[in-house]
Design a protein around this ligand. Structure first.
Ligand code: KG4
Ligand code: ZN
Length: 366
């Protein structure tokens, strides 16, 4: 499809209430005409994590204003929009439902088509919006709830090469910040505290490196960190600023090393499976905002002969422009939902991949 489309995107699957207008051709890159984000950090910071009930209520209260602002900023009304894209999962059910109800109301009132977007597809397709990256490419999606390597083959065709069998790295950053009293969200706080710290003072585990695959595990890291913290506290009666910096730097190094080693293996697997001669690796998700991790992945890409695409930070973390973009590509490819579309708290991108260990009775998370 060679013509321009303009799509309104709505995102409310976690703790960001967001709406955006994106236009462009489905081949990319896209233009972000407007992007409004109402972060909920303040509402959750006292709890050390997102409280689903508080999040859902805040989304429901703010979504319509957010959409209004996105349209106003774009200088548009709903009549200028070709389709409405909404995150339909995976995520916190209350938030996803708030977004879907808002989108359904807009679609019903305006007669515009609605496209149910997988939040992870939003992240995975971001480099097409920002850089016009061509299919196929390798993607490391690394956020607060997810961590997986994907072959991205088309707007709705993803093959999972491997992923975490327990915690996501973002979760590990958030728990580390909580253990060290650094506040929420933990990622930026730990990264800031790690600056100037000694990354080799503590040797935290790099799990599953003995396995040849691209699966990862991060849940043991917080236990190791807690032990190191408790030992220091019992020896010295507390943590000095330098101890805190060294703990954060050593933790961050463990995450970066694990992701880098597994990315190296994912590169080999990608080439083996696609036979693609000019491969690219892209990163997205909140943890991709981390400079140490970005740098480690850049080095892997250089060594493996991959080009490296790291979208601007504002499109790595949750926002509605990436949802609008995924909706734009999928709508152009003929996808459309009806007004009965359900919220899907669990929605794996690659439905053919085996569920990851630890996904539990509720089924595969991603
Ligand atoms: O993609 P995202 O905005 O939300 C979802 O999880 O979908 O990712 C949020 C996660 C949080 O766990 C946050 O602590 C982490 O990304 N994060 C970071 C950094 N900035 C955000 N982790 C490490 N370093 C950062 N600079
Ligand atoms: Zn996300």
């Amino acid at each position: 499809m060679k013509y321009n489309l303009t799509v309104l995107g709505i995102e409310s699957s976690c703790d960001e209430t967001a709406a955006a207008v994106v236009s462009g051709q489905a081949s990319g890159p896209g233009t972000v005409v407007s992007s409004i984000i109402w972060g909920q950090e303040q509402l959750h910071s006292g709890f050390g994590g997102v409280v689903p009930e508080i999040a859902a209520r805040a989304h429901a209260e703010r979504l319509d204003t957010c959409v209004g602002q996105a349209l106003d900023k774009a200088g548009m009304t709903l009549s200028c929009i070709d389709a409405i894209a909404v995150t339909a999962g995976p995520g916190l059910i209350g938030g996803v439902l708030s977004g879907i109800m808002c989108a359904k109301g807009l679609a019903f009132g305006s007669g515009k088509p609605i496209v149910a977007v997988n939040h992870l597809a939003g992240h995975a397709l971001t480099p097409r919006m920002t850089d016009g990256l061509k299919y196929p490419y390798l993607m490391l999606l690394v956020s607060g709830g997810h961590c997986q390597f994907l072959s991205v083959l088309g707007p709705d065709t993803f093959k999972r090469l491997g992923g975490t069998i327990d915690d996501a790295p973002g979760e590990a950053f958030d728990k580390t910040a909580k253990l060290l009293g650094l506040g929420y969200p933990g990622g930026p706080a730990v990264e800031a505290a790690a600056a100037g710290g000694d990354p080799v003072r503590f040797h935290f585990p790099r799990p599953l490196l003995d396995r040849p695959d691209t699966d990862m595990s991060f849940s043991g890291l917080k236990t190791a960190l807690r032990r190191a913290r408790d030992t220091l506290v019992s020896e010295k009666g507390g943590l000095a600023a330098s101890d805190q910096a060294d703990l954060c730097a050593s933790f961050q190094a463990a995450v970066a090393d694990t992701l880098a080693e597994k990315a190296w293996r994912a590169c080999a697997l990608f080439v083996q499976q696609t036979g693609f001669s000019s491969p690219a690796i892209a990163v997205a998700g909140g943890v991709a905002a981390n400079a140490r991790i970005r740098h480690a992945l850049q080095t892997v890409a250089d060594d493996a002969g991959f080009s490296y695409v790291a979208p601007p930070l504002k499109y790595c973390t949750d926002n509605a422009a990436i949802i609008a973009w995924a909706g734009l590509e999928q709508y152009a490819a003929g996808y459309q939902s009806d007004l009965g579309l359900p919220a899907r708290p669990r929605w794996p991108l690659d439905s053919t991949a085996r569920p990851m260990l630890g996904s539990g009775k509720r089924g595969a998370k991603a």
